[in-house]
Structures are given as structure tokens and as C-alpha cells.
Design a protein around this ligand. Sequence first.
Ligand SMILES: Cc1cc2nc3c(=O)[nH]c(=O)nc-3n(C[C@H](O)[C@H](O)[C@H](O)COP(=O)(O)OP(=O)(O)OC[C@H]3O[C@@H](n4cnc5c(N)ncnc54)[C@H](O)[C@@H]3O)c2cc1C
Ligand code: SF4
Length: 493
Amino acid sequence: MGKPTGFKEFNRELPKTRNPKERINDYKEFYLEFEEEKTQQQAARCMDCGIPFCHHGCPLGNIIPEFNDAVYEGNWELAIQILSSTNNFPEFTGRICPAPCEASCVLGINKPPVTIEHIEKSIAEKAFELGYIKPQPPKTRTGKKVAVIGSGPAGLAAAAQLNKAGHWVTVFEKDQRIGGLLRYGIPDFKMEKWVIDRRLEVMEAEGIQFKTNVHVGTDITAEELQQGFDAILFCTGAGIPRDLPIPGRNLKGIHFAMEFLTQQNKRVSGDSFGETHEIVATDKNVLVIGGGDTGSDCVGTSNRHRAASVTQIEVMPKPPKSRSEDYPWPNWPMILRTSSSHEEGCSRDWAILTKEFVGDEEGNLKAIKLARIEWKVNDQGKPYFEEVPGSEHEIPCELALLAIGFVHTDPKGALPELGVKLDGRGNIEATEGRYQTNIPNVFAAGDARRGQSLVVWAISEGREAARAVDQYLMGYSELETKDDSLLNVAKAG
Ligand SMILES: Cc1cc2nc3c(=O)[nH]c(=O)nc-3n(C[C@H](O)[C@H](O)[C@H](O)COP(=O)(O)OP(=O)(O)OC[C@H]3O[C@@H](n4cnc5c(N)ncnc54)[C@H](O)[C@@H]3O)c2cc1C
Ligand code: SF4
């Protein structure tokens, strides 16, 4: 522990952000520079408590007190060694993780928690700057070949780990570019795409092969995969969006959030969208249906398009401002969160039911019928809602974006060809910890297996699944697992 009194001396402080009015003129990240010394002070706030709950709060098992100490001491090389023993891509999580670790930080019981996510990003950026992150190809090759399908954070983490174990890894991606939702879902203002490209350069130099524009199941068959590879790992994400089948759904002007966001990410990268019709929010009244992160990304993008108005609605009730009794520390609390996109301007409302899309004579969306609802609990303790009588109203809307989640992975193509079983929710059936499907050499990880989740969980599953594949191929594995991450501290130190 660097400074025993650090948590008393320094307040929580994060880098300042660019003015919302200015930043909506571009798609660049919004955090300003932060002096290195200030980051070291933030690391000094870590109390190195006996039981580091933050370590358990992080799905990767990041060894947080140890890297905080290294940062406080200015030992960036040790800090990145500790961090990369559990996390392949701290430059991603340091930017876009919702930081469940901070919700379980012990200091957070009665003071603002340690700025763990910011410290993580600082370590990653400093490590790239000082040349500590460089290609490290394996010294020997096993001769085994593994196909990773899908290049989101789960596929990338798995590929990095499997390559480290000495296997030849090929990543197949159906899209134009590598990155999955990191590339096409998350907007540039949350994470600029050079951050992915910088990491891909390292991975390619380490010997990983990336094949884009290859849709497994269409461009390459399941049989070809089985013949060409010793093991196959599905990291295909939960790409099927949840629909809202209410009257008027077929009107022009109603789109899934990902259609809108993917186009914008491609526009920023200068990529074409082929034959696709352009979706723009400029001068339109935009209604974002769904109160989560995807919805918030639609808000930020609509503001950058200069929409006439942006409204975001959610069917669930408004969460409390601080922890309620239902979510005691160290659990992740359901509280009201205001994202950077909300700060840029948007009206938000909760407990709202979308009843009907209303169109004009040409079949264009012109308004939406909404009603207020009241949530109640029945005798069996199950929540249900009732419409508030007389609350039905219409709002003008020319662009509606459906951001109400994803149902499951695409069940067609290679999965049925290989005979892989799905679970009751339509995800690939493979138990957590084993990641093996009903076909012995076929594995699954990330959103395709666990359902829609977070980048940090995708990386965690990719790493753990890589270990399971390695064990299957070799009979043993020396790849790290988060269960022995504390041992890694000893190794790193
Ligand atoms: C708009 C949006 C914003 C988000 N923001 C955040 C955030 O800020 N923080 C956070 O932690 N999480 C966020 N998430 C969630 C996070 O992005 C996902 O949980 C995570 O990307 C899942 O990783 P994955 O690797 O399992 O799948 P994905 O990232 O979905 O990647 C799957 C990849 O598989 C490819 N693929 C699918 N089928 C095939 C096939 N047959 N052949 C070849 N390739 C195929 C897909 O094209 C895709 O590239 C967000 C999600 C969305 C939609
Ligand atoms: S990956 Fe997320 S949960 Fe883990 S330490 Fe980083 S910010 Fe916290």
C-alpha cells in the first residue's frame, strides 16, 4: 500500500470532460488530459483493505490494490504486468466498463470510491506510450489449429490467450472490420476506433490470423471448419435484437438501435454501407425506446446529427438516486445513471408504455402513442403494471429507435450444421467454467453463451473458454484463470 493516509488526503477526482455543447460537434472521446501525478494521488486513495471486494466485483478478477500501489509508486511496468495478467484489453475496459469494481470498493461505503476504471485506462495508455505493450509471440507452437468465430471482445480475448498457449488461431468475422460491438455498437465518442486498431496490430504481429467478410455457415461451412481445425470456439454475440410488435411497426422511420449506430460508426470510419438506406436524425423528433446504455448511445448520436428533439423512454420505473435496501453494498446497485450523452441534452421519462406508431398517408412515422403506467406486485410477489387511466397521449416523432435489448445469438448457419444445442433462451448451451457445447471440440463464450452482457464479461469468458479449449487440446493448460489471479501477483512481482 503506497500511502496509508491517501484516502484521507485526496478526494475522488476524474479528468474533466469537454463542454457538452462543443463535443457534440464531433465524434471524438470527451475526457481531457489528466496529470500523471493526479492519477498517482487517485491510486493512493486505495486502502489496500484486508478483503479487496473490488477484486471480486470485477468479472476479470483484476488485482486492483496491487496495481494501485504500483501506480502510486510510479512503477508503470509492474502496473501493466499485474493488470495484463487478468485483462487482455485494459485500454477497452478503462474506457467503457461500467466499473462494477467501483460499486464494491470498500472506500465507497462512506466516501466516493477509488477511480479504478480511470487508473486502469491510465496504466494501459502509459504502457503503450513507454513500449511495455509489444508483440509477444509464443516461443513454441503446438501445431494445433483453433477457429474463433466472431471478433468481439470475447473472440479477441480468446484468440490472444489461445495464441499465447502456442496454438495457431484464425478469427473469422462476417463484418468488414474486426471488433464486434466494440467497433460497430459503441460510438466513437465513448471509444475511438484507433484504440482497437492499435491492439490488433499487436495481435497480428503475435501470429493471429484475422479473416473479415467471412460469414461462417455461409462463406465457410461447418464441415470445412471441422476438417480444417482441431477446435472451434463460437463468440458470435447476441445479435438478434428484441422487437416491439405493436400497431404501426411497419411504418418508415422505425429502426433497431444497432442499424442506426452501425451506420454512424461506419460513417466515422469512412466505410460504405452498401445498399443500405441511410438513417439520419437531423431535424427529426427522435424517440429512443429503452432506457439502457444502447439507448443512451442513440441519444448521443442523435444530438450529433442535430435532431430537432431527443426523448428517451423506459417502461421500468425511475430508479432511486442512491442505493436502496434491495441493493446493499457491495452489490451492483440499480440507481439512476446519467451518461455523458444525457448531459448533452435529452428528455427522459420512466414507466412509459409505447402503445402505437402513428403514420401519415405515405406510410412515414409521424407520431407515437404513449401511456403512463403504474408498477405493482401481485400476491405471488411478481411485478406487473397497470395503465394509468386517462394518461394516453401522442408525441410527434419521425424517427423511433428500438433499444430494448437483444434476444439471443443467430441460431442459423453453422450452429445447426454442427448439431450444437441451444438453451431455453436461445443462447448456445455450454456451462460456465467449461464452455464446452454438446459437441466435444466446439466451445462458446461471451454474449452468444451468456446472453447480452458487458465487454468485461465477454473478455472474462473469452479468457476462461480459451483455457478450456487449451485443456481439451493438450490435456492440461498453463493459461491463467481468474481463480489463481492472486498467484499471478506473485509471478508479476
Ligand atoms: C450499442 C451498444 C453499446 C454498448 N456499450 C457498452 C459499454 O459501454 N460497456 C460495456 O461493457 N458493454 C457495452 N455493450 C455490450 C457489449 O458491447 C457486449 O456485451 C460485448 O461486445 C459482447 O462481446 P462478444 O464478443 O460476446 O460479442 P460481439 O461484440 O457482439 O461480437 C460478436 C461478433 O461475432 C460476429 N459474428 C456473428 N456471427 C458470425 C458468423 N456466423 N460468422 C462470422 N462472424 C460472426 C459478429 O459480426 C460480431 O462481430 C454495448 C452493447 C451495445 C449494443
Ligand atoms: S475491468 Fe471493469 S470491473 Fe474490472 S477493474 Fe476494470 S473497470 Fe473495474
